[in-house]
Write a protein that binds this ligand. Sequence first.
Ligand code: GDP
Ligand code: GDP
Length: 443
Amino acid sequence: MSTPLVAIVGRPNVGKSTLFNRLVGERKAIEQKIPGVTRDRVYGRATWLNTEFLVVDTGGITFSETMELEQQVQKQAQLAMEEATVIVFLVDGREGITALDEEIAALLHRQGKPVVLAANKVEGKNLSLEDFYRFGFGEPLPLSATHGLNIGDFLDKVASFFPAQIDKQAEDTETIRIAIVGRPNVGKSSFINVLIGEERTIVSGIPGTTRDAIDTTLEQNGKKFIFVDTAGIRKKSKVKEDVEYYSVLRSLKAIDKADIALLLLEASQGVTEQDQKIAGYIQESGKAVIIALNKWDLLRDGDRERASITQVEEVRKYLKFLSYAPVVFTSIHEPRRLKKLFTLLEEVYEEYTKRISTPLLNHLLDDACKINPLPTSGKRKGRIYYWTQPSVKPPTFILFVNDPSAIHFSYLRYLENRLREAFGFNGSPLRLRMRTRSRKGGK
Ligand code: GDP
Ligand code: GDP
């Protein structure tokens, strides 16, 4: 059930990041709301015909500044080849072939991953793409990332290389799947080791399921907890520059397989850029989340109370978009704290799978609209007729409205806050979607 990974490779200026943004789409809006998050995003999620996949803009992966451009591009391509399911080799349809394109093509030929060759910037011109055949990756797919031309055909081709997805419904719903994520050295492996040492009833190597081979399963309070991709945590890259890339990528893959992301930060250190990247991804993925400030034991006794306040404040400030995440302090040397964490994981899972009945919801809506009536936005007066919660993981609410454009985003925010006040949803993201419904079809 591993999420397919699509890596966009190509020399500078061919339009990789433009294509990336087009594929990742609306999420750019989220990015702007996150203070302090780096402007160039390298990883994102995208969907095509109900299939979710990860996209990596390899142009955004940077190595040491002294590295020659050529070497940079080669390294980027190499990383992409190792981890990707499909590689998109992007060239510039207007400029034609350059020496660097040739080099990348040669690199891509030396491995077995499927390659989709796409020629960008073809809008408005009748370009001949014949030359690109000579790379040996078949017909170049014409594309315009800025104009959104041919994106459907392009994604059809890319998705044709994805392995068949295993049906999620077939999975055991009684187990809670957790991804322990965080930057190198924060304590992820130690965490797993302590958990394994603590708990005797480890179920290792579930028969018949090779894909679970690297997951660690534990039983606590009569519930099954699966820590996904724990082998990925232990494996460390030899090359220093690759460490961040691999650790972020592994985290993303693990998050995709989990119900809850347990984001480890170091209690004595601030929130770093890499932490923000992973946190941003957790938010986008719609998974539940708990933030753990680890190595709590390293803080001096007298400082603990003060530190705990400032640390939480810092997390709230820099990870504002995860305001629904509980923040806890952990230490591998204090098993009592880990025990409490299991209880919290259970609680958060319950919130993440909680359903609110339609009558209760509409009661809340009536109240909310009385306290704070829907303001007029745009030409039409907005109306919300009713809402329901059709699904969980994450809890998703559909609002039936007269005209989605007449309802401002801030009103949805307000309703989300009311939902949380009334029903909690601790640790769980909430999704609110609008659907048009004519008045006579209302409640
Ligand atoms: P990267 O270095 O490969 O990530 O390239 P960018 O995405 O930064 O794009 C480089 C330049 O090409 C920018 O000025 C883009 O606006 C432009 N560009 C990207 N896609 C297209 C396209 O489809 N058509 C045209 N005309 N320009 C494009
Ligand atoms: P990973 O790279 O995230 O898997 O981190 P490791 O589990 O390898 O831990 C890195 C270092 O931090 C090791 O030397 C651990 O012993 C240490 N460490 C991990 N958790 C704690 C903790 O709670 N307290 C203290 N004092 N050290 C810890």
